[in-house]
Design a protein. Structure first.
Ligand code: ATP
Ligand code: MG
Length: 305
C-alpha cells in the first residue's frame, strides 16, 4: 500500500511517465488513427500485476484526495466519454474505489429531459460541477451535444434551439463555447481532465456478443446500442474533431486505449494522479498563532477528566 509520502512520490513519477503517452494538450495535429485501442505500452508483461499496480495507484489517489479535501481550494472534474461497452462504468468504479465517498460525486448524463431542453446545452452539467475540495465525475457530459447530436442531426432540430441559430457553424460555435467555459472553470480552480476511452469496433462487437451469451450480462443488452454501430465512422469523425477542437493545456483529453480493461483502468488512474500532482497539494499548516491556540486547547483537554 502506498501509504508513505515517498511511496506516493514513486507512484506519481510512474503515473506522469505513463499519462503523457495519451495526453492531448494541443489538438491541431491530433489524428485518432495514431492511437491504437489495443496499446499496452511496455507494460503488457505487467498484466498479472495490474491489480497490484492499480491498488498502489488507488491508494495514492486516496491520499491525494485527502489533501484536496482538507485544503478545500481546488476541485477536480473528470469527464468520461466513450462508445458503448468501452468500460466507462468499470473504470470509474475501480479507479475511485479507494476514495472517501464524501469527497466524490458521479453524475450520468443520458438523453436530455424536457426540463434540460428548456435550457442551454451545458445547463444540466454545469449544475453538477464539483465543489471545492471534491472530485466530480461526469459519465458522459455536454460533449454529447457535439457527438450523438452531431451524428443524429434530427436531435438538434427536435431540440428547442431557435432554428435561426442552427447554422453550419453550430459545431464550431459549440466547441468555442466549451473551450471558453473550461477556461473559465480552470481559472477558478477547477482541474479538468477528460477521458476518451478508445475502443475498437471489433472489441465492441466481442463485448456485445458476450452480453448476449452470458445470462448475467443479458440485462445489459440494448438493441439501440447494436443499431448505433452503423454510425461508427460518423462517431469516430465526431470524436476526432471534438478532441482536435477542445484539447488545451489546462483541459486536456486523454485518449486511453480501451480494448484491454486492466490497462484502461491503470492508465485512467495514472492520468488522475498526474493531474492531482500538479496542484501541489498538502495538508493545511497552522500558523504560529493557531499553533499556540492548538497547544492551549490540548492542555485544557489533558487537564480535564
Ligand atoms: P450504459 O449503457 O453502460 O449503462 P450509457 O452511458 O451508455 O451507459 P445509457 O443508458 O445507454 O447509458 O444512456 C446514454 C445514452 O444517452 C447514450 O446513447 C447517449 O448518446 C445519450 N445521450 C446523452 N446525452 C445526450 C444528449 N445531450 N442528447 C441526446 N442523447 C444523449
Ligand atoms: Mg448505453
Amino acid at each position: 500500500m502506498a501509504k508513505t509520502p515517498e511511496k506516493i512520490k514513486d507512484v506519481i513519477r510512474e503515473a506522469r511517465k505513463y499519462a503523457k503517452h495519451f495526453r492531448v494538450t494541443d489538438g491541431k495535429k491530433f489524428r485518432l488513427e495514431d492511437y491504437d485501442p489495443g496499446d499496452t505500452l511496455d507494460v503488457a508483461e505487467e498484466k498479472p500485476r495490474a491489480k497490484e499496480i492499480l491498488a498502489a495507484g488507488v491508494a495514492a489517489l486516496a491520499e491525494l484526495q485527502g489533501m484536496l479535501y482538507a485544503q478545500d481550494r481546488w476541485s477536480v472534474l473528470l469527464i468520461f466519454q466513450a462508445m458503448d461497452a468501452a468500460g466507462k462504468d468499470g473504470a470509474i468504479k475501480h479507479v475511485m474505489s479507494g476514495i472517501n465517498p464524501q469527497g466524490c460525486q458521479v453524475f450520468s448524463f443520458k438523453a436530455p429531459t424536457s426540463e434540460d431542453m428548456d435550457h442551454d446545452f451545458m445547463w444540466r452539467c454545469l449544475k453538477c460541477l464539483p465543489e471545492r475540495g471534491r472530485i466530480g465525475i461526469f459519465n458522459r457530459s455536454y460533449y454529447e451535444e457535439a457527438l450523438v447530436v452531431r451524428v443524429h442531426e434530427q436531435l438538434l432540430r427536435k431540440s428547442k434551439v431557435p432554428p435561426e441559430l442552427i447554422t453550419k457553424n453550430i459545431w464550431k460555435e459549440r466547441f468555442q463555447d466549451i473551450r471558453a467555459i473550461e477556461r473559465y472553470l480552470s481559472r477558478n480552480g477547477v482541474l479538468i481532465r477528460k477521458f476518451y476511452l478508445n475502443l475498437s469496433k471489433k472489441e465492441q462487437k466481442r463485448r456485445f456478443l458476450e452480453r448476449f451469451d452470458t445470462p448475467e450480462k443479458n440485462w445489459k443488452v440494448s438493441p439501440s446500442d447494436v443499431k448505433e454501430r452503423a454510425y461508427w465512422n460518423e462517431y469516430m469523425h465526431a470524436y476526432e474533431d471534438l478532441i482536435r477542437e477542445t484539447s488545451t493545456k489546462e483541459s486536456p483529453w486523454y485518449v486511453i486505449p480501451a480494448d484491454n480493461k486492466w490497462f484502461t483502468r491503470v492508465m485512467v488512474a495514472a492520468a488522475v494522479i498526474e493531474g492531482l500532482s500538479t496542484l501541489d497539494l498538502e495538508y493545511p499548516k497552522l500558523d504560529a498563532i493557531q499553533l499556540k491556540e492548538l497547544a492551549a486547547t490540548r492542555a485544557e483537554l489533558v487537564g480535564k477528566s
